[in-house]
Structures are given as structure tokens and as C-alpha cells.
Design a protein around this ligand. Sequence first.
Ligand code: MG
Length: 170
Amino acid sequence: MLISEKLTKAMNDQVGSEFGASNQYLNIAAYFDSDALPELAAFFYRQSDEERTHAMKFVHYIVAAGGKVAVPAVEEPLSTIESAEHAAKLSLEWELEVTRQINNLMSLAVDEKDFIAQDFLRWFVTEQLEEVSTMDQLLSVIRRAGAGGLLLVEDFLARLGDPHAEAAAE
Ligand code: MG
């Protein structure tokens, strides 16, 4: 097999982490959906779907490299979202944590001289730049709009559109 036991274990943990993020974003999406903020809801539903595809990328990689997939228990996500700012702060902190996890996986692949895994993980390294900067931007916009100005955030997101849809269309 092309993948070590240690890296298999670490990637399985990452599958759990990505599902954890997906579930957390689902709670946040539903919070906005219940509060009649459809653009914020759509943004987080989309993030939730995206995290699931991240988990699946790891699953497919482990299988292809000859490792054993063992999806771990996923921590219950926070469901007490206090405000839009709280949701964005939570998301930014989460993405910074995921960035650390991805960096740790890359360090492990480098230590093991696993060049195939390094190649695979490079995509996630780049993806985290986008994830962190997106959440950072969202937090700034929400703070600028203030608690009473969430419709401005809705307008901002509507103008922004779905960056992934645009990329897919190119
Ligand atoms: Mg992710």
C-alpha cells in the first residue's frame, strides 16, 4: 500500500473534522434560514456541502492509496448561535483550526517522504487560503453592517454570488 498506518489514521481523523465542519455550517445555515436571511443561509448551506466534498476527497484518497477508511465519531456542533457576528467568528476560528490540521498532515507527509500524499494535500493547503480569507471577509462585512444592518450583508452576498459556480463555469 502507498499510505502509512500513521498517515491513514491522521487522514481518517481529518474526515471526521471535515464532517464536523459540515455539520457546524449546517447549524449556522439553519440559524440564518430561520431568521429569514436567505443569502446568509445559502452561503452556509453551500459551505456545508463543500466540507462534505472535502471529507469525500480524503475518503477516496485513502481507498486509492490502499488504506482502510474508518470514519471517526464526529463532535456535536454548537447549536446556540447568538448572532451573525458570532456565526462568522466561529467559522473563522474553525477554518484557522482546519488550516493547522492540514499543515500537520502535510508535515507528516513530508517527514514520511510520501510525495503522492504531498501532491494530494497541496490542494487543501491552497483551499485553506480561500476558506480563511472568505470567512475573514464575511466577519468584516457583518461587523461593518452592525446587528441592525444584516440586510446589507444579504445584499453584499447576493452581489458576490457563488465564487465556485463562477469558477466551474470558466
Ligand atoms: Mg474543509
